[in-house]
Write a protein that binds this ligand. Structure first.
Ligand SMILES: NC(=O)c1ccc[n+]([C@@H]2O[C@H](COP(=O)([O-])OP(=O)(O)OC[C@H]3O[C@@H](n4cnc5c(N)ncnc54)[C@H](O)[C@@H]3O)[C@@H](O)[C@H]2O)c1
Length: 216
């Protein structure tokens, strides 16, 4: 399993939310944005925002804040979102279809070139402009397309075998939405997503609030 650690991971996770606000400010015609405004919008401390933004190499001007356009460019460059990254998706079910329809990916440089499934009713169709191809052709297609990134949304029992084929075909990064901890060689990066972690946080906050209200 790849052991690459990103020391600024929490800061990296916050950057997309900053980008969202800064792009909005740019659309409204502002040239500068202060760290304090971003902090207020996201319920964070201004010092946290300044620290997070410093990893992109951009520094704000006293009293003026950050130049909006340069800040957007710096964040996109830091995240690698100014580079087009071709990707494939495997498993065009409920989640896969939703991800394929997520329009924001185009602003993250993520370009889905093909999707794969085993269901004959889906094969040959086009979902949100992306062709759905037979899983049997995945190895050859991924090799031919030279794709290095895959999004995995198959049922969990098929996750490892699908990942193995992707890796053999040259994929070196997997965005894994299944609940399987994939076994991969060191050269392969895996990011596992779990909506349940976010929901767990919300539940704990709701319980804490209930307790506060009871004791008030
Ligand atoms: N990370 C999260 O928070 C989260 C949220 C929802 C679902 N999931 C996971 O995502 C995965 C998909 O969930 P879903 O609700 O979309 O399921 P689904 O049943 O709607 O879709 C699965 C799709 O994969 C296809 N498939 C099955 N086996 C395959 C194989 N070997 N090769 C290629 N395609 C294959 C099916 O034909 C189907 O189209 C599951 O592993 C689920 O646990 C994760």
């Amino acid at each position: 399993m790849a052991k690459q650690k990103i020391s600024a991971a929490p800061s990296v996770r916050r950057l997309p939310s900053y980008l969202h606000i800064i792009r909005q400010v740019e659309r409204e015609g502002s040239e500068y944005i202060s760290g304090t405004i971003i902090a207020q919008e996201l319920n964070l401390e201004p010092i946290q925002v300044r620290k997070d933004l410093s990893i992109t190499g951009i520094i704000g001007k006293p009293k003026k804040g950050y130049p909006v356009h340069a800040l957007i460019t710096a964040i996109e460059h830091f995240l690698g979102w100014d580079d087009i990254q071709d990707a494939v998706l495997v498993g065009v079910g409920n989640l896969g279809t939703a991800l394929m329809g997520y329009q924001e990916f185009q602003f993250h440089g993520l370009n889905l070139v093909a999707a794969f499934d085993m269901d004959p009713r889906k094969i040959g169709s086009t979902v949100h402009g992306v062709p759905v191809l037979p899983i049997e052709s995945m190895d050859i297609q991924v090799k031919n397309l030279g794709v290095k990134l895959a999004i995995l949304t198959v049922p969990s029992p098929h996750a490892q075998e699908t990942a193995d084929i992707l890796i053999k075909s040259g994929v070196d990064a997997i965005w894994n939405f299944t609940n399987v901890k994939l076994k991969v060689p060191d050269r392969v990066l895996v990011q596992k997503e779990d909506l349940s972690s976010g929901y767990a946080m919300l539940c704990v906050m709701m319980q804490a609030r209930k307790l506060e209200n009871k004791n008030a």
